[in-house]
Write a protein that binds this ligand. Structure first.
Ligand code: PXG
Length: 444
């Protein structure tokens, strides 16, 4: 077990720390403090081991505190802590780009590095607009997202995302429209992928009629919507979306910040669902959550639009990048995480555990208030009926009680969400099931 390095502060509920996405009143009443981690478990300030059923926030799928990553990071910090990202490079990031593009579907051949999923959203969307300008079609500026989509919290992601409460305080500052979501009432309690769904993708035709393809740069979707509560794409949906984007010369961006690195069973959602996008956004499990890092992978066609042999030697063709793009320490963490991913067989582990997760969740069917159970690979969600008109109440109460019972589970909207580490044991998943059964049976 890992020793806590920071003494629990008796005043952890101090309001000096403005917490992200946190209901402050509930937290003040019942602070939840994590001081350590060990494999698939989080360790609380009172020394309890709590099963991490969301791999942190979908990011630590290979288990916590991997020594391979810790050692690579420590080594890197003593060798090259920082290297200027613009106009210079270092070996780690080049190697990482090569390995990532070798792992990704073949058409994705170039990697641009960011520091988060939100920055990956901004980056891919800016590349999309710039690409059409480079191609002499500057009016292609509008973006199409999807209702219930989540692409992080920067302005582009907020504008293209489709979870109402995340948008209402901020509005929409880029030229965005939205496809309908893919959650159909008739698919409730489907195990894995529902069937069909072409008609949902066909809504893109209406948006093209409305805005005209000459004004649309890109469609951005999560292959499987994570934050909205694991909405699994019906079997024909993504293929149809790809065909329509091709037909209308619209770029297709997959936000694989959650689905990347074995979460849906294969290395990427693009592999699981057999549809290749023009750009793929990554973050989270890219470093197994240990150091912030994101990436955007693009096709050679997109990259080549920015390569102009006639450009003067000192001219920059894509004026975009972050101080910490391809940070040496993050690159070292990502390379070590990729080693773990490959050598410890995360894809095989994910495929092998998926039926157990499916059973652990669908085995709860029939308990009160559950209106839907969804799953794909090592991701799943339970959806709850509203209480007194409030859809958020039951997942919140269930989540807080689960934590007291030894299970960290993420509540979001009207769902509880699950994405356990690929290193979980069958016993871990069984215990998770039992805690959930007990807590949900007691819900009002
Ligand atoms: N795209 C997708 C698909 C995401 O899920 C982001 C972008 C933004 O990533 P950053 O690194 O900027 O946070 C995300 C993040 C949840 C939950 O419980 C999901 C995320 C973050 C925190 C909680 O569903 N997704």
């Amino acid at each position: 077990m890992t020793e806590a390095v920071i003494d629990p502060d008796p005043n952890v509920a101090s309001e000096a720390y403005w917490m992200p996405f946190t209901a402050r009143n509930g937290f003040r009443k019942d602070p939840r403090i994590i001081t350590g981690a060990d494999g698939c478990y989080l360790i609380t300030d009172d020394g309890r081991r709590v099963f991490d059923s969301l791999s942190g926030l979908w990011c630590c799928g290979f288990g916590h505190n991997r020594p391979e990553i810790a050692e690579a990071v420590a080594r890197q910090l003593k060798t090259l802590d920082y290297s200027p990202a613009f106009q210079y490079t270092h070996p780690g990031v080049v190697q990482l780009a090569q390995r990532l593009t070798a792992l990704a579907p073949a058409p994705l051949q170039h990697a641009f590095f960011t520091n988060s999923g939100s920055e990956s959203a901004d980056t891919s969307l800016k590349i999309a607009r710039a690409y059409w300008r480079m191609r002499g079609q500057p009016s292609k500026t509008r973006f199409i997202g999807r209702i219930k989509g989540y692409h992080g919290v920067n302005f582009a992601g907020t504008s293209l995302g489709g979870i109402g409460p995340n948008r209402k305080l901020f509005g929409q500052i880029t030229d965005a429209d939205h496809l309908p979501h893919t959650l159909r009432a008739e698919d409730a309690f489907t195990r894995g992928q529902p069937q069909g769904g072409e008609e949902l993708a066909d809504h893109l035709e209406q948006l093209v009629t409305l805005h005209d393809a000459s004004n649309i740069a890109a469609v951005i979707v999560e292959p499987m919507a994570g934050s909205a509560g694991v909405i699994v794409p019906p079997s024909d949906y993504l293929r149809r979306l790809r065909a329509l984007c091709d037909k209308h010369d619209i770029l297709l961006i997959f936000d694989e910040v959650i689905t990347g690195f074995a979460r849906t069973g294969e290395a990427f959602g693009a592999d699981t669902f057999a549809v290749v996008p023009d750009m793929m956004n990554l973050a989270k499990a890219l470093t197994n959550g240990a150091i912030p890092m994101g990436a955007v992978l693009t096709t050679d066609e997109i990259y080549q639009a920015f390569v102009d042999e006639d450009l003067p030697e000192h001219m920059i063709s894509l004026p975009h990048g972050y101080t910490y793009s391809g940070h040496p320490v993050a690159s070292a963490a990502a390379l070590a995480a990729l080693d773990v991913f490959e050598q410890d067989g995360m894809v095989e582990r994910s495929l092998k555990l998926a039926p157990l997760l499916e059973e652990a969740l669908h085995g709860l069917r029939g308990l009160p208030h559950i209106t839907d159970i969804r799953n794909i690979g090592m991701a799943g969600a339970l959806q709850f009926a509203a209480r007194d008109g409030d859809p958020l109440m039951r997942p919140y109460e269930a989540g807080v009680r689960c934590f007291a019972e030894g299970l960290y589970v993420r509540w979001g909207g009207d769902t509880l969400q699950f994405a356990p580490p690929f290193t979980s044991t069958p016993d871990d998943l069984q215990q998770m099931h039992e805690i959930l059964r007990k807590v949900i049976a007691d819900l009002r």
